[in-house]
Design a protein around this ligand. Structure first.
Ligand code: FEO
Length: 408
């Protein structure tokens, strides 16, 4: 079957030959409500290189796009910047069909690909500073371990000043447009921030260090071509500046209140606490775990200064749906937060203290003990919740001031 997908020109010598996944809605636990793309790029020197491939079911789309400009058998090199299967699922099939002279990956990439696809894969490992001559153009490699996996590396083409950045600077967004300057900036911000929060937030330390290393290479970027979402050209500095902000994760005057509820009592508490926070001048995002997906909560936490988690007690434990979100957030390791636990219970009431224990393990500062109320909160108890919110608003402001004084 012949499919009529076409390559898209990125620069004089580079074409996008990836695939658009309009349907994916769950990306290992991250709700991708806008779908995604798996980007692959052809670099056309005297020799031809394919940078990354696509998720396995999209092999035919990628091959059709390549075939729209060259016979795929003319590809000399395949470069795998990142071993995760959304970029290598189609690798083995591509190698069998193209029979390239070399398949190139980082040293860790070679190990990872061997474990994924077996000894049929023959990889030439490269390290930072190595390069590949394609005749009229060449490609340079820089390892970027833990951006996103230990194998991650980026490839740079100095002639067109293009950084092929694999997962970094990407977003899960299926769209007709291939370039970020064709897309509304509010959509770009929301999707890039959500992607950063859910994929890269736990890795801010290695990412900062790799970005420093990239700066030291002296490479100039006119174009950043990530493995997901649109390609950056006129707005390269916009996305780099946003990364600089997100990597710092400075506390802001915003609180995320995430809660589960059994008979609406913990929800009443959440709403009363939110009213107190708003009274104290704090921006609030109130999120029910029954209505909001865990990755949407993570996206809200990215630019917050406070995290409140509420749960009823069910069989002496945290509500399972609250624990799901809490476990997910803990893995993402958000920094520089204050917070609190709360919840309604009937008799034993362990959940708020159990939440507090998890928040402490996340290094969330908790200036107030967990707020607990039995059964249905009465009017005076809702006033207590509201006052709790007002006190926490002051404590958040103090926390922000202290952060500015200590860390700028
Ligand atoms: Fe898009 Fe870490 O793979």
């Amino acid at each position: 079957m012949s499919i009529s997908f076409r390559a898209i020109k990125v620069s004089d010598k580079v074409y996008w030959v990836g695939a658009i996944d309009w349907s994916v809605r769950n990306f290992h636990g991250y709700r991708t409500s806008s779908g995604t793309t798996y980007n692959a790029f052809l670099v056309m020197g005297e020799k031809i290189a394919l940078i990354d491939t696509v998720k396995k079911p999209f092999y035919d789309e990628m091959l059709a796009r390549i075939s729209s400009i060259i016979d795929p058998a003319k590809i000399d090199y395949i470069i795998s910047n990142h071993a995760e299967m959304d970029h290598t699922g189609a690798l083995l099939q591509t190698i069998r069909s193209v029979k390239p002279e070399k398949v190139i990956a980082s040293i860790k990439g070679a190990e990872a690909l061997l474990k994924h696809y077996g000894p049929e894969l023959k990889i030439q490992p490269v390290k930072s500073g190595d390069s590949l001559d394609l005749g009229t153009v060449h490609l340079m490699f820089e390892e970027t371990r833990m951006v996103h996996w230990p194998d991650s590396m980026v490839t740079y083409m100095p002639e067109d000043k293009i950084l092929f950045s694999q997962d970094a600077f990407g977003m899960h967004l299926a769209s007709s447009e291939r370039f970020a300057d064709q897309i509304d900036s509010s959509v770009l911000y929301r999707e890039a921030a959500t992607y950063f929060a859910n994929i890269l937030m736990p890795l801010v330390v290695p990412i900062s260090s790799r970005l420093d290393a990239l700066t030291k290479t002296g490479w100039k970027f006119d174009i950043i071509a990530p493995d997901h979402g649109p390609i950056w050209r006129q707005n390269v500095s916009w996305i780099v500046n946003n990364y600089t902000q997100w990597l710092q994760r400075k506390p802001t005057n915003k609180a995320v209140i995430v809660f589960g509820t059994m008979w609406e009592s913990t929800e009443l508490m959440a709403r009363a606490i939110s009213d107190g926070l708003i009274e104290g001048g704090v921006r609030v995002s109130l999120m029910s775990v029954d209505k909001c997906f865990r990755s949407d909560v993570a996206a809200e936490v990215l630019d917050a200064g406070a995290l409140f988690v509420g749960s009823p007690t069910l069989n002496n434990n945290i509500f399972p749906s609250v624990m799901d979100v809490l476990t997910y957030l803990k893995g993402l390791r958000p920094k520089n937060l204050i917070g609190a636990a709360f919840g309604s219970h009937g008799w034993s009431g362990e959940a708020p203290e159990q939440i507090a224990e998890v928040l402490r393990s996340m290094k969330v500062e908790m200036p107030e003990p967990p707020l607990k109320i039995t059964y249905v909160p009465q009017e005076n108890e809702l006033i207590q919740c509201r006052e709790f919110g007002i006190r926490m608003a002051k404590k958040l402001n103090n926390y922000i001031e202290s952060y500015k004084n200590n860390r700028g």
